[in-house]
Design a protein around this ligand. Structure first.
Ligand code: AMP
Length: 183
């Protein structure tokens, strides 16, 4: 099963992703985690990505697509893509890569959470890019660059919207109900 997880920053993708990969045995590919590791290790990609991440902007498509291509090879039998794609160009690149491997996406989960709740959750998290100015920028980037993916994947008929309000357990129950249809 190949799954994409879409949702604004603070929606709880990371938390739910851990539940999903544990229970469904999927390879977890979080581009945010991969980029943070590259920043920490001060690799060329990390040095390039750092300035965008600090500003709450998206890292350029070609950099992120490179990170994904490197890791996707071993993962086509089952993966959860968490935080990728985040632009239409990334989604098109992903479709192309997966088509070449004869391994299309099964489902895209959109985790939907209202904006005031996102601010509340992000403000209590304490990551380096969780200060109010950067949070605002990340939400702008989400609305302008990532939200169009909802339309993109609706058109291909694989989008499923999940209500992201409530307890972690309730939200995970909703996710499981959807994913179990694709097992
Ligand atoms: P995340 O952990 O998914 O919230 O990502 C943290 C930051 O990493 C984002 O604010 C972006 O700067 C960068 N990033 C992660 N994934 C992507 C992506 N698919 N495209 C561009 N930038 C990304």
């Amino acid at each position: 099963m190949r799954v994409v997880f879409v949702g604004p920053p603070g929606a709880g993708k990371g938390t739910q992703a851990e539940n999903i990969v544990r229970d469904y045995g999927l390879f977890h590919l979080s581009t945010g985690d991969a980029l943070r590791a590259a920043v920490k290790a001060q690799t060329p990609i990390g040095l390039e990505a750092d300035k965008y991440m600090k500003a709450g902007a998206l890292v350029p498509d070609e950099v992120v697509i490179g990170v994904v291509v490197e890791r996707l090879d071993e993962a086509t039998s089952g993966c959860l893509l968490d935080g990728f794609p985040r632009t239409i160009a990334q989604a098109e690149a992903l479709d192309k890569i997966l088509a070449e491997k004869n391994a299309p996406l099964d489902v895209v989960l959109e985790l939907a959470v209202p904006e005031d709740e996102l601010f509340r959750r992000l403000a209590s998290r304490g990551r380096a890019d969780d200060n109010p100015d950067v949070i605002k920028q990340r939400l702008v980037a989400y609305h302008e660059q990532t939200e169009p993916l909802v339309g993109y994947y609706s058109k291909s008929g694989i989008l499923r919207k999940i209500d992201g309000l409530g307890s972690v357990e309730d939200i995970y129950d909703r996710i499981r109900a959807v994913l179990d249809e694709y097992k």
